[in-house]
Design a protein around this ligand. Structure first.
Ligand code: FES
Ligand SMILES: [Fe+2]
Length: 347
């Protein structure tokens, strides 16, 4: 499958991985995740090397997993520690692949390429997710569409005024200048909309709804699938720091060639203990992502019948700009067969 392998992908929210075995398909490979007794999360191939049974269905004995099919036992590094058959000798190929897994900012990041290239300094930053000054509401959906279609959806916000019109219609956002710059392989987009009426999503949270505001929406996309958003409003002319701010996490990881895990979060700096605000954000996440984006992306994938958008000669519109640039970055990284450049790599 044509996925960039030498890159960090989000394997899950850290809180979702416990001492219980969990299986998740990532980049077309079944991955087993669980926590060792000491709390460290590990990721192994969820395929026993004997007859390829899912190890996630096995029995735990401390940190050891016993395959439920014929009883080979493996430790958290994927090494076979017991063969209950014959003379008990452990065959040299009785090994389970182990993937580098890093827990950071409440996220588990997995590296599914060449392990020796797994450089933790390349992990995208989502520090605000563990910032006590913010309240983060997280979730995930698995969407039946190729991951680049999900990227297109995240990077082209013009669909907000149509698909999400009831929740987020926003003409100021549509007409604002979008300044796009590149930072290495990352794409940075900035919109600044001064002296406007509070946008629909934020009006409900503003104390004085009649006052005009300055509104911003900035994003950073790191290949292959991490986007952070910085959105907020402040009363016109007031410092940004005094405003209402929402920091968004939108990270996508291919499940298969036709399906994608979409991990999302919104961390806000206001109304931290307000259950009503929680409920309204969760409602948006459920309706917007699950009931609006997801079915549309699945319909699009069905209608396309392929994962190769450009082979269908699509109409390209002005707001496709960012998504088309992202596609070019992904294509180049795929052709180079490598991760985004790291410090010390030859230019
Ligand atoms: S498939 Fe695991 S021991 Fe046979
Ligand atoms: Fe959307």
């Amino acid at each position: 499958m044509a996925f960039i392998r030498n890159a960090w992908y989000m394997a899950g929210w850290a809180a979702d991985v416990t001492e219980k075995c969990m299986s998740r398909m990532l980049l077309g490979e079944p991955v087993l995740m669980y926590r060792l007794a000491g709390g460290k999360a590990v990721a192994l191939s969820d395929r026993c090397p004997h007859r390829f049974a899912p190890l996630s269905k096995g029995n735990r004995d401390g940190d050891i997993i016993e395959c439920f099919y014929h009883g080979l036992r493996f430790d958290g590094s994927g090494a076979c520690v017991k063969n209950p058959h014959g003379d008990g000798r452990i065959p040299p190929n009785a090994k389970v692949r182990s993937y580098p897994l890093v827990e950071r900012d409440t996220i588990l990041w997995i590296w599914m390429g060449e392990a020796e290239r797994a450089d933790e300094t390349c992990i995208p930053e989502f520090k605000f997710l563990s910032d006590p000054g913010y309240r983060a509401l997280t979730g995930m959906n698995t969407v039946g569409a190729y991951y680049e279609l999900v990227t297109d959806n995240l990077l082209d916000l013009s669909h907000i005024n149509f698909l999400h019109a009831a929740y987020q219609k926003n003409d100021d956002l549509m007409t604002a200048e979008n300044r796009i710059t590149q930072d290495g392989d990352a794409l940075v987009s900035k919109r600044w909309m001064p002296d406007i009426m509070g946008p629909m999503f934020y009006r409900q949270h503003l104390k004085d709804k009649t006052k005009r505001v300055d509104y911003w929406l900035n994003s950073r996309w790191d290949p292959p699938g991490s986007m952070s958003l910085d959105v907020g409003v402040t009363y016109a002319g007031e410092p940004v720091e005094k405003g209402l701010r929402g920091l968004g996490t939108h990270v996508i990881t291919p499940e298969t060639e036709r399906s994608t895990h979409y991990f999302y979060a919104l961390a806000r700096n206001h109304d931290l203990d307000n259950a009503k605000v929680d409920a309204s954000i969760r409602e948006w996440q459920r309706v917007g992502f699950k009931e609006q984006d997801q079915p549309m992306l699945e319909d699009v994938q069905r209608n396309m019948g392929t994962t190769d958008l450009m082979s269908l000669n699509p109409v390209i519109l002005q707001p496709d700009n960012l998504a088309m640039r992202a596609r070019r970055v992904i294509l180049r990284l795929l052709q180079e067969g490598k991760a985004p450049p790291r410090d010390g790599d030859a230019a």
